[in-house]
Write a protein that binds this ligand. Structure first.
Ligand SMILES: Cc1ncc(COP(=O)(O)O)c(C=O)c1O
Length: 394
């Protein structure tokens, strides 16, 4: 199939994409055509939707509650903020030593040697690198819906094909159907666990045996963006599959529990040979600034803050569940910092009306049903959601 994308082309399309990012409001109408070509463009399409959403938010009248991007509304830990400010003095230096210290800490936590770790400015960079590496080589197998299943793969010429398998009737990954779909053309399997947008987590034993049997045929990328919210991260994470030598790539982000969505720190844990290949499509950790890397070190060491965020998230989620129950709505059991529930009106109408009330949420449409995905905000924000919801659905 299509050959590996040259570094020069990648840099060219990357520059085009970042030029487009700067012209944010215009992106809502049209993304630059040239940026939508090549493997980078395939992923960029997804980002384009996100940016269009951001532009809509910027134009929204008096946004009271931003519940559309699964951010952590309590913000970074005090220790991370302190490290961030302190590091400004040394930020004239390239981040090398701090990034290497961060890699060391992450490797120690994951129980792997350092060459199993690849850092990025958020996990998006590493997801893109994986798609650029494996996408053009064949078909990328995934569930539908999942974090990257929304893109229209007909609208670019990346040479990438997405093979999508519907969720089961109870909105779980259909791992046995996915296993039978793996063939000689499958170049990567993407598993988002817990899944975005459903929030549902896979039984760990099932996913573990899937990784074991599928990874000799194709690399399995497990996107663990929300794993910090799972009941038992040690059991639920697939990092032990990497430790056992399987061709599994675990992706993690600090954007959620650690509240680093704007600070940008993510990482991949995979076999050293895979990390080496992925490095060809990203900056190998040097896209992280000294302040972000310093703050990341402080945040990862601050377990008190992590427990605080989990407690606050659980409180707000319990309030949301109670509210939805009293309003006669159901929802999918969430192992994340967002909840997906079925609507009784068109998603587009709902979204627009909620925005008019100053509350932003996201919408999905699958299984002949319109859905709302609402991020877990502070208790006050959830109350604003509830008030707006009552007005909109009445
Ligand atoms: C499932 C999933 N993967 C990856 C990302 C990208 O996160 P980031 O680039 O902020 O690390 C997100 C962001 O919302 C996500 O939901």
């Amino acid at each position: 199939m299509a050959s590996v994308f040259s570094r020069r082309d990648w840099i060219k399309s990357g520059l085009l994409a970042s030029a487009g990012t700067m012209a944010l409001p215009h992106l809502a109408q049209a993304a630059p055509a040239a940026a939508l070509t090549g493997p980078y463009g395939a992923v960029y399409l997804e980002r384009h939707r996100e940016l269009a959403h951001e532009a809509a938010l910027a134009a929204a009248p008096q946004l009271k509650a931003r519940l559309s991007a699964n951010e952590n509304p309590w913000g970074p830990s005090a220790k991370a903020k302190e490290a961030l400010i302190k590091s400004v003095d040394t930020s004239f230096l390239y981040a090398g030593p701090v990034v290497m210290e961060l890699r060391k800490l992450i490797a120690a936590e994951a129980g792997v040697p350092e060459d199993y770790i690849l850092l990025g400015a958020g996990s998006s960079e590493l997801l893109m690198a994986s798609l650029m590496l494996y996408g053009p080589k064949g078909k990328v197998l995934m569930a539908d819906p999942c974090y990257i299943s929304n893109r229209d793969d007909q609208s670019d010429n990346s040479g990438m094909q997405f093979d999508k398998v519907a969720l089961t009737k109870d909105y779980q990954y259909d791992l046995s159907a996915m296993a039978t779909r793996v063939d000689g053309k499958t170049s990567m399997v993407y598993v988002c666990n817990p899944n975005n947008p459903t929030g549902v987590i896979l039984p760990s034993a099932q996913l573990r045996s899937f990784c074991e049997s599928i990874s000799p045929k194709a690399p399995v990328l497990v996107d663990e963006a929300y794993i910090d919210y799972a009941k038992d991260i040690k059991t639920d994470s697939m990092v032990d599959c990497v430790r056992k030598g399987q061709n599994v790539i675990v992706l993690r982000t600090m954007s959620k529990l650690h509240a680093f969505a704007g600070l940008r720190v993510g990482y991949a844990i995979a076999q050293p040979a895979v990390i080496k290949e992925l490095r060809r499509y990203c900056s190998g950790g040097f896209s992280i600034s000294t302040p972000s890397a310093s703050a990341a070190l402080a945040s990862l060491r601050d377990s008190e803050f992590q427990q605080f965020t989990l407690k606050k998230t659980a409180e707000s989620k319990a309030y949301l569940y109670d509210f939805l129950k009293s309003a006669g709505y159901t929802w999918l059991p969430s192992s994340t910092n967002f909840v997906l529930f079925p609507l009784r009106m068109k998603g587009q109408t709902f979204l627009k009306s909620m925005m008019e009330q100053g509350v932003s949420v996201r919408r999905w449409e699958f299984d002949q049903q319109h859905w709302c995905r609402v991020s877990i905000g502070t208790l006050d924000e959830m109350k604003m959601f509830a008030q707006a919801f009552e007005k909109v659905v009445s």
